[in-house]
Design a binder for this molecule. Sequence first.
Ligand code: FMN
Ligand code: SF4
Length: 434
Amino acid sequence: MTDLPPPPPVGAIRSDRLSAQLAHPTGWVTLAEHRARFAPPPPSGRRKDETLMDVVEAAGLHGRGGAGFPTAVKMHAVSSGRRTPIVLANGSEGEPVSSKDALLMSRAPHLVLDGAFLAASAVGADQVIMAVKVGAGHARGSIARALQERYETEPWTPPVRVVDVPPRYLAGEERALINMIDHGKATPPAGAARPFERGVGGRPTLVQNIETLAHLTLIRQDGPDRFRELGHPDSPGTMLVSLGGTVSRPGVYEVPTGHRLADVIRAAGGGTEEIGAVLVGGYAGTWLTPRQVERATLDRQGMAAVGGIVGCAAVALLPASACGIHETSAVLRWLADQTAGQCGPCVHGLTAIAGATEGLRLGRVEGDVLARLTRWAGDVEGRGACRYPDGAVRFMRSALETFAADAHAHGLGHRCAGASRPTVLPLPDIRRAA
Ligand SMILES: Cc1cc2nc3c(=O)[nH]c(=O)nc-3n(C[C@H](O)[C@H](O)[C@H](O)COP(=O)(O)O)c2cc1C
Ligand code: SF4
């Protein structure tokens, strides 16, 4: 590929697994180069490969798409249904701070495709669907070119359906994605079955994040013991952290799970100015104070200890000069504007929360807006057909804690200078993406 821009920054801290595949000098790993390191996946038939599932289980691989679910458990569930399963590779990456999946698909498409075919062999699937976000750099072109390369040199490669996903946050939710593939609408239908029972076309569907599939290729090649050599024992291996906001060297960094968050930020040169707060887990995640950041580690328990979540490992730095209430308000409005609009918690709850936070930003408040927001958050949580509003509420709650002094001042009608600046956090234009 000659038309690729220079590689975006890819960093690695005490690990060089995925990042070794991402730092190719021309930006694209060809099939020949890939095969020099990775054996081809076995031809997928309709028989599940228990040995492969055992390897995944032994490795202790957890999903990298946000929920951190054990991959082997999902594989067993999908493969125990009566109908032949389908594998759905989730490259939706609707989280604006995240860029790891687009990067993997663009630069190491064969790593991802091998992972998808291995997953298909493991569960006995006869079909692979690659869901790729529209506008994700070269991802779509790289996947298409990689498939072409395979059909020419490895003609036994089964057909792969590549589907375009609108770049909206909700579109990456697995049931929204399945609904889009089957009925053209990227929203989760109320009461939809779980994908491992009934997914695409009513068949059991293994939905895996792109990064999870890339790890699968490494695990199969190097073995589960090697995979477990790095990372936290409860969720071993390495992970890709997308680092943005006012960090000196934004980019994608590979680190062992359980690594200290502060060290990742330092390895990226720290903040371009004094850090006021750090967002972890993207727009369904939590704000942390600089003190919490010093204690936080990139694993479930380590993050929970400071009230955070790892999620899809999207991290953004906010400078002390910015207004956290302003940033939070803009993101909540952005999230409220793109719900499926079918459940009360989103239609009423999220809209009201976004409106009240906007009032707080502008210092136009009536009564105890902080108490109202806290009450509404409780009303919304756990009540939607999907977890979309739960993420938004978690994000809002953490803002009220992290920026408590600012929230209080805004609640008294004060408006800070930062509240009229453009936001630091990215907010893609969803009208154009509809
Ligand atoms: C609102 C919402 C948005 C999501 N967006 C994505 C996404 O863009 N990419 C992704 O892989 N998973 C996303 N997920 C998680 C998926 O539903 C699913 O759990 C995941 O793709 C499973 O893959 P994994 O087990 O490999 O992580 C989202 C979940 C929710 C609730
Ligand atoms: S909870 Fe919200 S985003 Fe999820 S299905 Fe209901 S309306 Fe849509």
